[in-house]
Design a protein around this ligand. Sequence first.
Ligand code: BGC
Length: 510
Amino acid sequence: MDTLPENVLRPLQRTLDLFEVTPDTVREGVAYFIRQMEEGLEHDSDSHDYLPMIPSFITHIPDGTETGLSLAADLGGTNFRICSVELNGDHSFNLEQYKTKVDKQYMVGTLESLFELLARLVRYFLSQHHQDQLQSSEKLKMSFTFSFPLDQTALNKGTLIRWTKGYDVPDAVNKDIVDLFQKELDKLALPVQIVAITNDTVGTMLANAYSSLSGHKTVLGAIFGTGTNGAYAEKLSNIKKLDPSVVQKLQKFGIDDMIINTEWGSFDNKLEFLPVTIYDEIVDSETANAGVHLYEKRILGMFLGEIVRLVILDLHKRHLILEGYEQMETSLKLVSSSSSLVSLTNLPRRATTKRLSHRVLSEWAFPTEALSRIEVDDTKGLKVTELVLSETLHLNTTLQDRIIIKAVAHAVTSRAAYLLSIAIAAVVLKTGRLGITLENGEVKPTKLNDELVEVGVDGAVVEFYPGFKEKLIEGLGWSQLGDAAKRVVVTIAKDGSGVGAALCTNSHIE
Ligand code: BGC
């Protein structure tokens, strides 16, 4: 960056500053996040004003000694997976699974075609791995991991609030998902009973608690995959929106906690806190669920590459980058007039040669994996970056272009990591497990302790993006957790949702 001329450096810096997250921002975000959690625990899950905070009706947090065989079906962003999981009672398990991509035609088709497909896939799995079970009169318990916002009223009852992640089967909205799936399983006379519907984050939390050998309590299960979300255990007495008769029934069994699916992708849908750049607005407008899950759209892998692509186009339009390419008036959809950038589109034209490639003008053309290669490029002349930009966006770049694009990639992903630390810090503080909590924005001690807690996360960005996890942890230290953040152990809970779903059947109370 030091080598950039002043007339480029200054306007570039103004753009990079739009992505800056300071320790104060993190603290403000944490306080606001906790307020949104509290509101969500009191009110209906289907609102834009606070976090959905969906009661999962899962009340048993495993300790690794659980045993038994159960089935788990998992419909996520891209795949449908069916597994049978045998828990061995010693933190270990045996798993058989079948995974297949869900065709676009089913993701946006009718509800009958989608659930009929899922039932047929369950039959196929049983015929391959549990042929004997197909003839059995005893039903196998199955958990269904359904990673979309649900209004859940019992362990095996949940109506769909809205689709996310590219799904759009309109007639399934507001319907009970277990009912729809069970009907199709019954039509095929399969000996399978869905006893639980759950979210992938709940499964991740349970799987981490079951598999962990560290002895630390798992306080949060989180996903940063095609979507982002987190689940944690909350005291029944704090879940004000739960039917009191349910609370009484559970308390009779000596149960005090229930796992809550926060659906934090929806944090601050009203945009009272989150940073808003023109690039965020454009990205949102490009998605099927515009106007919601706005936190998710600033954090997740698939969005980061797109934000960087839009910044590149904007910098080009402002004559700060890619000067060898012709200016194209349509190269950046400026959907908002709120940005000062708009006025910069009137700069004089310069002598130009080439047109920008179709790739760089195409939505979603810049994969996050490319960003990670750019961020670690320490070669002389940024040769790796040169190759990546040429391969992915078909761009020929000068060294100066590459220095700028690298700085943009760094700014966009740093913002994502620090924003993510807000959700994690807020949940850890809300549990009070580290000996501190936040009440009306003030840090309050709870029970003094020096225990370590575990946060199980699943997701490629945290796992593979260079420096992402470190920034996330740095952000936790900036939060009201302060020094206590050092006692948060972030572990990678790979593919936990299958095992976790199987563990849900342990919360089944007849
Ligand atoms: C969904 C959540 C899910 C998350 C991670 C989000 O888009 O709304 O239910 O847990 O993705 O898969």
